[in-house]
Design a binder for this molecule. Structure first.
Ligand code: ASP
Ligand code: MG
Length: 420
């Protein structure tokens, strides 16, 4: 079995859904598990419904989501009585009901019940459209398969239970119909509550399904030709990488390369299942193959992050940074669920670079200030270069003031301020 994942950009309109069918037709004999994300920017829109500013915003956003999906369905199905319209009607009603009735006291729990509906609607449209194109398929509710704990918005997967469910539900469906369609990003607790695996988590779903079914490969279909050595948004002259080792892929996604969700690689690496990143625009092109072969990259890879905050923490009594203070600092970071992008310590100073999240940073700084002296700089940039050399570093740092530099054998991380 192969696992294909189609992200939001690949199903953002009717043409995108048609293109999914065209790609599947290139693989007529294969057994394929298809994982789809919510269409276009639906997840962002759904997020607004978790805690809408007022009733009129709630109504507006619901209507926007409804019309967006209906328009795609109308372009795909000329027959107004096609089953997709009643299915979508039910999905929207269900969404409305959760938005108005689900308790608001646990934000994360409510979030998952609402936001998961994007994937449900998207997979319904794709599945019914494929059937209308004579691509036989079975729609599967991912919540019946992906078993998780109740850590809403970042749920942890119970692999043993998930593998059991997959063998009982997905494998027979794929054997019978060759193609099964399910949702990325979503799962369910033992108590039947919907959970999500973290934003952009559909890649991870594809990896979990591949792991549990010992799939022959996973393909992530994207709007880029494969994994590039830098994000074209920030860098000119990017090059496509034909081959990447799992190790490099883990490192790059960990440091913030957005092409693959960081949790995706490990399960595939454990079972040596190759991961292909291919273009849904040029589906016959090679793309990037990520596997166990350990070749070093032929070019430096860049990961660029903006809106960084560099926080410097030191004990109030000018004592040294010792294990006890470190443990206290990490305890606070864990409590506020803050992920550090770079950390560095000296005798009396501990520095950490983090994303400037307005919901977390002020509270984190307040908490640190109870026991430490805290200084910070905002509006910084962080560049990570894997397979760096000095010439590359110099080129990237032109017109920048370097605030922190952290080098290991293959990777350098530089926190800097734009001098312009
Ligand atoms: N729809 C979800 C998101 O936008 C999951 C995904 O796209 O991978 O975060
Ligand atoms: Mg997405």
């Amino acid at each position: 079995m192969k696992v294909f994942k189609f992200g939001g950009a690949s199903v953002k309109d009717a043409a995108g859904v048609k293109n999914v069918a065209a790609i599947l037709k290139l693989y007529p004999k294969e057994e394929i598990m298809v994982v789809v994300s919510a269409m276009g920017k639906t997840t962002n829109a759904l997020e607004k419904l978790v805690r809408p500013k007022n009733k009129s915003e709630e109504k507006e956003v619901l209507e926007e989501i409804k019309q967006y999906h209906l328009k795609i369905a109308q372009e795909l199905f000329k027959d107004k009585k096609a089953s997709i319209f009643s299915t979508l009607e039910k999905d929207i009603e269900h969404l409305q009901k959760i938005v108005s009735e689900y308790p608001t006291k646990n934000y994360d729990e409510r979030y998952d019940q609402i936001v998961s509906m994007g994937e449900v609607m998207s997979s319904h449209i794709v599945s019914v459209y494929l059937s209308s194109e004579k691509i036989e398929n079975e729609w599967i509710d991912a919540r019946e398969i992906i078993c998780t704990d109740n850590n809403y918005r970042d749920a942890k997967v119970d692999y043993d239970k998930t593998c059991e469910k997959l063998k009982a539900i997905v494998i027979p469906a794929v054997k019978k119909k060759k193609i099964a369609i399910t949702q990325g990003f979503i799962g369910r607790t033992a108590k039947n509550k919907t959970t999500t695996l973290g934003r952009e988590g559909s890649d991870y779903t594809a990896a979990i399904l591949a792991y549990c079914s010992d799939a022959e490969s996973v393909t992530i279909w994207k709007d880029v030709p494969g994994v590039l050595n830098a994000d074209p948004k920030w860098f000119d002259n990017t090059v496509k990488i034909d081959h990447l080792s799992f190790q490099d892929a883990i490192e790059l996604s960990y440091y913030g390369a957005t092409v693959i969700h960081p949790k995706t690689i490990k399960p595939l690496q454990n079972k040596s299942i190759p991961l292909y990143v291919k273009s849904f625009i040029e589906p016959k092109e090679e793309g990037t193959c990520i596997n166990n072969d350990s070749t070093q990259l032929p070019v430096p890879c860049f990961i660029f992050k903006v809106s960084q905050v560099l926080i410097s923490v030191s004990p109030k009594d000018f004592s040294f940074i010792v294990e006890e203070s470190l443990s206290h600092i990490f305890d606070i970071l864990a409590r506020y669920k803050v992920k550090t992008n770079v950390i560095q310590n000296s005798a009396i100073n501990f520095s950490l670079c983090i994303d400037d999240d307005e919901n977390k940073v002020p509270a984190l700084i307040d908490a640190l200030r109870k026991n430490f002296r805290v200084l910070y700089n905002k509006n910084l940039e962080l560049v990570t270069i894997r397979y760096y050399d000095q010439a590359t570093i110099d080129r990237v740092c032109i017109d920048k003031k370097i605030l922190l530099e952290h080098k290991s054998r293959y990777t350098v991380q530089i926190v800097m301020q734009d001098n312009k």
